[in-house]
Design a protein around this ligand. Sequence first.
Ligand code: NDP
Length: 327
Amino acid sequence: MFKGILIEKDEAGYRASVQDIDDSQLPEGDVTVRVSHSSLNYKDGLAITGKGPVVRKFPMVPGIDIAGVVEASDNPDYQAGDRVLLNGWGVGETHWGGLAQKARLKGDWLVPLPAAFTPQQAVAIGTAGYTAMLCVLALEKHGVKPADGEIVVTGAAGGVGSVAIAVLAKLGYTVVAVSGRPAEADYLKQLGAAEIIDRSQFAAPGKPLARERWAGAVDVVGSHTLANVCASMKYRGVVTACGLAGGMDLPATVAPFILRGVTLVGIDSVMCPRPERLVAWQRLAADLDVAKLGLISHEVSLAEAVPTAAQLMDGQVRGRVVVDVNR
Ligand code: NDP
């Protein structure tokens, strides 16, 4: 038996609770992992609260991030005792995830836990941080350099936003944070933001084109915020879009793309090919100041993860939440 959060949906409704689970209930897979830590991402918040249709099979163990040690393996690439990490691949959505003391997984989904990080640090970064790095890599790939001008990061006090600011600032970019939480201004400055703008300035419908300001953007909000970001990009600016915290719609015009040569880059972490994941984690090891992870993240127990998921959905959680599944 092991402890885990189980999401159930039946006549009694949609609910998530910590339960004792029998090993025989574990799904198919060639690697069994003793989980040490998982985390709470926006998607885990949607899954645990039922606020979004993330979970595709019931019962489901949520948790899209897993750090732990291999207990048993039929996969030639992994042996008992190996430290491993998993982000995405539908885990916590269609396949049981990391918010439990044990997980059975496909070895192809795993990467070795980067030597630079402890399991806690790896999930403090988690999918949110690895996605932030995918955004930074996309900005670089499209030629955005620190000298080109300011980078705007929306949803700044959340998980993706916090890591994006810390990495971009360390790389020498001037970062402007867009946040709805004025109380987090000091936090955002400590991460490296040069300026903080209230998110209300981006939330309302805007003009097709606005004053050119940003050389690059990391957007986690979508909807009018993403449309307004696109409208205020500099000539040939690059926008990375990874989130929908403000809405799934994109009420924009083509004006920024056809008149200013703006590039809109979509970022997906879930099915991102393994070689790119490995590069992203290598770059996180090189370009994220691990000392900042103490500021960005806090830890909760497995039982605390359920109410904390509701707080995350209410926009009350700063940065990242690490879940110690063994306490
Ligand atoms: P968090 O909840 O940690 O952060 C989201 C932040 O967005 C909040 O902290 C808040 O920032 C801002 N926000 C929330 N609601 C609104 C709103 N209605 N309008 C404007 N801003 C809002 O989530 P994550 O950082 O984990 O994820 C952010 C987004 O990125 C999510 O939509 C998530 O699904 C997506 N994502 C996508 C991935 C991919 O592969 N494409 C991978 C990981 C995440 P503040 O308080 O500073 O205003």
